[in-house]
Design a protein around this ligand. Sequence first.
Ligand code: NAD
Length: 247
Amino acid sequence: MDDVIRTAAKIVKDSISTIALTGAGISVESGIPDFRSAGGLWTRYNPEEYAHIDGFRRNPRKIWKMIFELMDMTRNAMPNPAHIALAQLEEMGLLKAVITQNIDNLHQRAGSKNVIEFHGNSERLQCIYCGAEYAPEEFDIIDEPPQCKKCGEILKPSVVFFGEMIPHNALMESQNLASDARVVLVIGTSAVVYPASSIPHIAKANGAYIIEFNLEKTVITPIITDIFIQGKVGETLPKFVEAIKAL
Ligand code: NAD
């Protein structure tokens, strides 16, 4: 494994344009479960119902029960060594941007500056009817869904539910970064949720090198991954950054 990490480190050190695509797996070691974690939030709330905009529209009060838990969990979570390793890589001038599917704000809290929020951020609230945005602190959110101060409708977190469009700027910027990238680090994502899953494919079609960090192989591993680094990202990413520093 150390040899594989050293090879990947050399490729990134020599690359003029490296980006990262991160998924729920990078935050599992911060205590936020991915869709598979045993006993996690998503074993109690079926994401097909609770993370779909139709479910929210049908019964927002019911979905807010899950949102209260999610917001509580993300608010209390801390960045882990994997988030910190990516912030260091950016600081070293070796990472152009992090495109994240996560909504937990942990990259920003770890110090990453250029973060593209592909699926929004749970630390903002938005009215699904008039679009007005609010900070959660503006409301006394305890167990009743907050209401829009302009039109009175129920707010939702400013995250992209299944069935909703990706924010235009995030989509365009990510696709441009992917086209220009020489290396993509694909980190803790099952790479199945479209269109985020298209990012490494766009990059590969333009000649990029794909380095994947995951506990287990994914759908892209046999198809486009050049180097697969297996293990907990809280361990493998700091090792990878140390290997770059040692070159
Ligand atoms: P996913 O749950 O489909 O896949 C997570 C991947 O991470 C898996 O391949 C798993 O093997 C890997 N993984 C888990 N723990 C790991 C670890 N410690 N080290 C290395 N790899 C690990 O997640 P996804 O691909 O991001 O797609 C699911 C969707 O769910 C995304 O759209 C995302 O917005 C949303 N989501 C976000 C959060 C969050 O914000 N933290 C949490 C759950 C779901």
